[in-house]
Design a protein around this ligand. Sequence first.
Ligand code: PRX
Length: 653
Amino acid sequence: MTDPKAKTIDTLLSEIRTFIPPAEFVAQANVADPAIYASANEDWQGWWASWAEKLQWDRKWDTVLNWNLPYAEWFVGGKLNASVQCLDRHVAAGNGERIAFYFEGEQGDTRELTYSQVLRNVCRIANGLKSLGVNKGDRVAIYMPMVPELAMTLLACARIGAIFSVVFAGFSPTSLKDRIQDQTAKLVICADGCWRRGKVLDLKTVVNEAVAACDSVTNVVVLRRGGGCTSAAPATARDVEWNDVFANQADTCTPLAMDSEDPLFILYTSGTTGKPKGIVHTTGGYLTAALATTKLVFDLKEEKDVYWCTADIGWITGHTYIVFGPMANGATQVIYEGAPDFPHQDRFWALIEKYKVSIFYTAPTAIRAFMKWGEEHPAKHDLSTLRLLGSVGEPINPEAWVWYLHHIGGGKCPIVDTWWQTETGAIMITPLPGITTTVPGSATTPFPGIEAKLIQEDGSEVIGAGGGYLALTRPWPSMLRGLWGDNKRYEETYWSRFPGKYFAGDGAKRDENNFLWILGRVDDVMNVSGHRLSTMEIESSLVAHPSVAEAAVVGVAHEMKGQAPIGFVILRHGYVASPQLEQELRAFVGTEIGGLARPERITFTPELPKTRSGKIMRRLLRDIAEGKEIGDVTTLADPNVLKGLQAEFVKHD
Ligand code: PRX
């Protein structure tokens, strides 16, 4: 037998058309009977209530759902506290000594925290928050790196009923200021710095600049990251030290019984306008969906799995699938502070080996980077503890999917490609790993109890195979309850395009087997000579070429065709940019998808402009390609990338 690791992507793609859950996996799976879909659909409110019952309520709800379109209330009249679900009940059940977090700093410093220790710390922080005058309903803005204190701060806010709002610790001072001002936060909690690729990121300087214009903020709590991390920022009058306010507090704190519909957090996400939207999530419904999806989608066995989601807690994935989902289930997880390629490109694989990670959840953009770096890095490590892989955040191209399965999952781990959004709060479309025969590139079917439909321009429903706008047509417990301070925008953005249906902003197609394929944001869908084309589809095709590591495609205004696709390509190691290669790639797409999809031109580049969460900012590429003034770049990870790209683009002309 040939060494399977030596197989090319093309061979893998031709061999792996579908993935049937292995018998060994099915035998132990949390869900092994497909009848779950029919029974959940038949009584979807009852299905969600059965999950809510697994939580610990101070008062049981009177009504499962009040649906006053587009406003939902779940588990109405019920009372509970989110931190109790994640901590107290595990300790009370005798699992206090279970590890909650294996923390690893980028520099190699490590800490282990049990559920009991986390509970005590959370109580100290909660008591400290109260001592600073934080009350139920007050907003607390959090600007912290991936350290355990971040997760504990969220839980402490939840314990006293404060509404937390995490701002990813990579956002600019202006973005942070805008978010603090929008929610009129009373308190800001930050760290002085953190490690990223061997360098100290000075967070406090950003916070100082941001809060200077925020009158609502009474105090800024500063956690000292330690281990050589320092900040150049001076202390200000509102600053208090983390240790001074939290360390000496009592380690018990009575949790506040919150109404099921009390807000738990606000999380800002970008919309189609320049102003970010403050997505509001509430307590009972959010926790119910977080609990259920974590347990079933990741097939979690909390008593033995080691789970690792590589997202940052600054994004919704970290909220639901690091803090609330895994912790409500009592899981043991890895938290890693830094970059995947520091000090070497095998850091993730070394961590999986070290902590014996069994469930690994990451994003396609990361997987494509791993592909570019080469399979020799994972091959150096024992990854045999892995039993399930997840993907989130963008469509995963089949090449990345088969690479992931083969080189990380040893050919045996089911992959769950999970579609959802900040707004949905929890996973909506996904395989269930013990029963779904997956196909590379498809997120497959809605989670039990969720109803998704494809809608045409005129509002009619696509029946059977075909493409359309993705809409969720039934309320679900973790749905956003609105936008902070802007219900009009909530109604317009999500509920006006197809009245009565939640418009997700994504295009999708359904195949003959009833599987859904997410095509990407509809703002990234172009219309070439009257035909709809997905930028993602063309990108996927480019990436299928052996020379291409990563590709971005945008639809650019075109005199004759309306729009034309333009490609930006990062070559794999060992390939050299040339006009011949450009022609070859254009022709390649033409043959893969059709002449219509052939990019008008392709620019080779060493980098693409990305947000700090790794999403390619196609809007900026479009600006470059259309020769426009470049729009807002505040969310870019590295604004310098643009200058180089622009120069490359102009040189090509
Ligand atoms: O376009 C979809 C894409 O990410 C968008 C939501 O982004 P955000 O709110 O930042 O949340 C990301 C993490 C949940 C969606 O509208 N998206 C997310 N997951 C997938 C996806 N696209 C395709 N496949 C996915 N699995």
